[in-house]
Design a protein around this ligand. Structure first.
Ligand SMILES: NC(=O)c1ccc[n+]([C@@H]2O[C@H](COP(=O)([O-])OP(=O)(O)OC[C@H]3O[C@@H](n4cnc5c(N)ncnc54)[C@H](O)[C@@H]3O)[C@@H](O)[C@H]2O)c1
Length: 355
């Protein structure tokens, strides 16, 4: 029996509804593959903020550090500015644990309708790898003449050769492992961002030389946004800066039918620290508490966690169960045009996992 110690931060809104569903799936899959999960619940997020004036305690990172992985629901509350929730919880975890590769798969499952009219036989199956620790989200800058008419805000993007090189190398290695189209697309805006993004382009070209078996493509972000819609089937692994990866992966999430189907992993590929697994979607206050949130993005994120923990057979089994439920088209939440509840969808996934 292999035992894993998992930090669970359900967070806010629908996070509180999807996390228990992912746990049910992990518990069942654990029985099949002799995996045991010790879950440690951390009740951090917006309610914690209302009581303590911060999103998580001062020693939060120390509490998380010894654990094997972090499973996160979502954070965000209509009464707290989003930059407070993001900078108070998610970003410090991503940075402190050097989770530099944010991996966001976009796979169109059989039985799910893409908003695009795809040509017959066309598949969408690619991964966006977003740099997750620097770039435009480095929080370097400040205000001058605060709240005055002449107020100035300066916000700098920070690109380091080391930071670019390691995430680009991760993208090439992923393209090899996926063994799909064997192609890496780099996305920048180096015509207008003449320093950081030029360093990115140069570094991408240098790393590409180490992977002669993988084909490459470089796109400006505006062209990439267009091509995600025009030829989504052509992509395999896409690597982009923090901001561009954030935006493009919302496009890719909706291309495959719903935000409720988009999982993600924040990885420290060197495994020095716990990695974090979370759905791409936020706390969805418009549907929170109604029991209709789609749990599949979180269940697929838990599968990514299993894969990272080197329980890859268990991970594939979860993914197959999700694919089977979607292919049957019977049990699905309203975001996919169904009438089922969150719990009913999870029940169907559990039924598809054969013990
Ligand atoms: N990683 C995170 O924790 C994260 C990510 C994005 C947004 N947020 C926060 O979440 C809050 C709400 O943000 P938002 O409304 O822009 O984005 P959102 O992802 O929460 O919701 C966008 C839309 O998609 C729908 N949706 C999202 N997930 C769904 C699911 N699993 N099933 C069915 N429908 C789903 C919502 O109902 C909503 O209409 C904000 O406070 C924001 O800062 C947090």
């Amino acid at each position: 029996m292999q035992r894993f110690h998992i930090a669970v931060i359900a967070g806010d809104g629908v996070g509180l509804e999807v996390i228990p569903q992912a746990r049910r799936v992990l518990e069942k899959i654990g029985r099949r593959y002799a995996l045991e999960f010790a879950f440690y619940d951390f009740e951090w997020g917006s309610e914690y903020y209302f009581r303590h004036g911060r999103m998580m305690p001062a020693d939060a990172l120390e509490q998380l550090r010894p654990l094997d992985a972090i499973l996160l629901g979502a954070v965000g509350h209509p009464e707290i500015p989003d930059h407070v929730t993001l900078n108070g919880l998610l970003l410090p975890i991503r940075r402190a644990f050097d989770q530099y590769a944010n991996v966001r798969p976009a796979r169109l499952y059989r039985g799910v309708q893409s908003p695009l009219a795809l040509r017959k036989g066309e598949q969408i199956d690619f991964v966006v790898v977003r740099e997750n620790t620097e770039g435009e989200y480095a929080q370097v800058g400040g205000f001058v003449h605060h709240d005055q008419p002449e107020e100035i805000a300066v916000q700098s993007a920070v690109f380091t050769r080391r930071g670019i090189e390691r995430v680009v190398r991760f993208a090439f290695e992923l393209a090899r492992r996926r063994n799909g189209k064997q192609r890496v697309t780099s996305v920048t805006k180096s015509n207008a961002q003449g320093f950081g993004m030029v360093l990115w382009d140069r570094t991408f070209a240098a790393v590409a030389n180490e992977f002669p078996d993988i084909s490459t493509e470089s796109l400006l972000v505006d062209a990439a946004a267009m091509n995600f819609i025009r030829r989504p089937e052509s992509f395999d692994v896409v690597v982009a800066s923090n901001l561009f990866g954030d935006i493009l992966s919302d496009i890719s999430a909706i291309l495959v039918g719903s935000m409720g189907l988009a999982p993600s992993a924040n990885l420290d590929p060197e495994r020095r620290y716990p990695s974090m697994f979370e759905p791409v979607h936020g706390s969805a206050p418009d549907i929170a508490g109604k029991g209709v949130v789609n749990p599949l993005a979180t269940i697929l994120s838990a599968a990514m966690m299993l894969d990272h923990l080197e329980a890859s057979e268990a991970a594939q089994s979860v993914e197959r169960a999700v694919a089977a439920v979607l292919a049957e088209r019977h049990v699905r939440t309203p975001d996919l045009g169904g009438t089922s509840s969150t719990e009913e969808v999870t029940n169907a996934v559990l039924d598809s996992i054969v013990l």
